[in-house]
Design a protein around this ligand. Structure first.
Ligand code: SF4
Length: 288
């Protein structure tokens, strides 16, 4: 079987950096206090299992944090008030927020200074989005669907800031911005979408046009991974999203002779290598 693997598949800069910070925190950790992450540091179950084996705890909420704990902030960032509470509680904070997410948080804080409202294109319940909106000084409106943006009420004389979750599709964001600008002339658009995401999506689009099936590897809770599936499907390709090797429907996959392979930003390269080797070892259908 021929496998076209995306060169952009796997860990991005932000994820690599966050895991490096966590590794350093593990190396420096002494017996006093516990070492924990507040929510999963990245959205990949096998990576989280690896750190669990190393003794890193995962706190589901602030209530689980005790004075003296070392808390590693996830790559997606956390709300401002949560970080303040962690410090006030006597926890040692290791900030592993991706620099691009941090830049988006600070850009939102600057642009909304004085109470300018924020409109944000993203998934309201996503941890990164909860963090981003916490930096806004004015009211916030989050929408995940371009159709929802048509419902937002605009006042021609009111300045509004428009930004996006870093992993959203750039073309969709720009189309929404264009549509909003017609109704809201004082719209200030922030470019918060990460280039790594745009490049990964562009490559997925390109590969999807050349293959019979696009295999997308990554955590089911990873927003950027799910969007790769959408991007491939929008090109008319069949797309399959799996979290790990064990989920591969090998019998079905053996029926294809050319498969595309990409992965989300929190998928380890070793896992992609394994899947690629397994796919390449599958027999192609016999010629008719
Ligand atoms: S996809 Fe971009 S914004 Fe998100 S963690 Fe990676 S580098 Fe950072």
């Amino acid at each position: 079987m021929e496998v076209i693997r995306a060169t952009t598949a796997g860990f991005c800069m932000g994820v690599s950096l966050a895991l490096k910070r966590l590794d350093e925190a593990i190396a420096q950790h002494n017996a006093e206090g516990r070492l924990l992450m507040l929510g999963p540091i990245i959205h990949n179950p096998s990576v989280l299992e690896h750190y669990k084996q190393l003794g890193v705890l995962c706190a589901g909420s602030l209530d689980e944090v005790r004075p003296g704990d070392t808390v590693v902030i996830r790559a997606h960032g956390i709300p401002r008030s949560v970080e303040d509470t962690l410090k006030a509680r006597g926890a040692r904070v290791v900030d592993a927020t991706c620099p691009k997410v941090k830049a988006a948080q600070l850009a939102i804080a600057r642009a909304t200074k004085g109470g300018i409202p924020l409109w944000l294109f993203g998934e309201a319940e996503h941890p990164e989005v909860r963090g981003l909106v916490s930096y806004a000084e004015g009211d916030c409106c989050v929408f995940s669907d371009p159709a929802e943006s048509r419902g937002v009420i605009c006042n021609e004389s009111q300045p509004v800031v428009f930004a996006a979750q870093t992993t959203q599709e750039k073309a969709v964001f720009q189309a929404i911005a264009e549509q909003l600008r017609q109704r809201c002339p004082k719209l200030h658009v922030l470019s918060t979408i990460c280039d790594a995401t745009s490049k990964r999506q562009a490559e997925a689009r390109d590969i999807a046009r050349q293959v019979q099936l696009m295999l997308v590897l990554g955590g089911f809770s990873s927003g950027n991974t799910r969007r790769l599936v959408d991007v491939a499907r929008a090109e008319g390709a069949k797309a399959l999203h799996v979290e790990n090797l064990a989920e591969l429907p090998l019998e079905e996959l053996a029926g294809y002779d050319r498969i595309g392979l990409t992965a989300g930003a929190s998928t380890p390269h070793a896992m992609i290598d394994e899947v690629q080797a397994l796919l390449e070892g599958l027999s192609c259908p016999a010629p008719r």
